[in-house]
Design a protein around this ligand. Structure first.
Ligand code: FPP
Length: 224
């Protein structure tokens, strides 16, 4: 059975779910947050050490301002309400992406990261204003400045995901088969599952089914 240390998820389908069932895309984001909480609980139950969630991409700024504001409010309230609880559960929060938000949200994110930095049960990497191409370019620029030899190892060490093992499993919900500029370097050998269900409808049972299937895959890493 394959070990499972790191699950990464592209949580797609909030907007469609919200439109279909509540006539509002934002209602889909709200429901999507409930799924986030369910999946965190299930990740702990499965003793998985790293969970990376794609919450907002560098391309998502092209959405209507109203939707963007709603999403960041949701995140802000979530952190205010839940960070103490996450901390008590020994969960570490790390933000991937550039923190270019309101001073209030930036502070909240920095404080949440600082508060939970020593926790060891589960590390949640929240990708916010994250784009893999930008991450790679910034890593190369950094290596260039420091005159670092270009190698796979050194590139990995200069990415925002340094010290995080590559995802073993990548899940994308929402019936769309693309990677949307997410962890392109890190998922070179990840097992990828595209799930038909929209993110708010995705549940513990679906997650555990994927985990079971993943565990039984013969992972070759180029060998036979
Ligand atoms: C993609 O669905 C989802 C997002 C861009 C936002 C993800 C946010 C959440 C799951 C809720 C908030 C999370 C936190 C951690 C506060 P989409 O809107 O692109 O769906 P669509 O493809 O149906 O339009």
């Amino acid at each position: 059975m394959n070990p499972l240390k790191h699950v990464a998820i592209i949580m797609d389908g909030n907007g469609r779910w919200g439109k279909k069932y509540k006539n509002s895309r934002n209602a889909g984001h709200k429901a999507g947050l409930n799924t986030v909480e369910k999946i965190i609980r299930e990740t702990i139950k499965n003793r998985i050490s790293f969970l990376t969630l794609f919450a907002f991409s560098t391309e998502n700024w092209k959405r209507p301002k109203k939707e963007i504001n709603y999403l960041f409010n949701l995140l802000e309230n979530f952190l205010v309400d839940k960070i103490e609880d996450l901390h008590k559960q020994n969960i570490k929060l790390k933000i991937l992406g550039s923190k270019r938000f309101s001073p209030k949200l930036n502070n909240l994110l920095n404080n949440s990261e600082k508060k939970t930095s020593k926790n060891t049960k589960l590390q949640i990497n929240l990708a916010l204003n994250y784009g893999s191409k930008l991450e790679l370019i910034e890593a190369f620029k950094k290596m260039n400045r420091k005159k670092t030899t270009i190698s796979e190892k050194n590139l990995s060490l200069n990415l925002q995901t340094k010290n995080i093992p590559d995802p073993d499993l990548l899940i994308r919900t929402g019936d769309t088969k693309r990677l949307s500029n997410f962890l392109l370097w890190q998922i070179a050998y990840s097992e990828i599952f595209f799930e038909k269900k929209l993110w708010p409808a995705f549940n513990e049972k679906d997650y555990n089914r994927i985990i079971r299937e993943y565990k039984n895959i013969k992972r070759n890493f180029g060998k036979i």
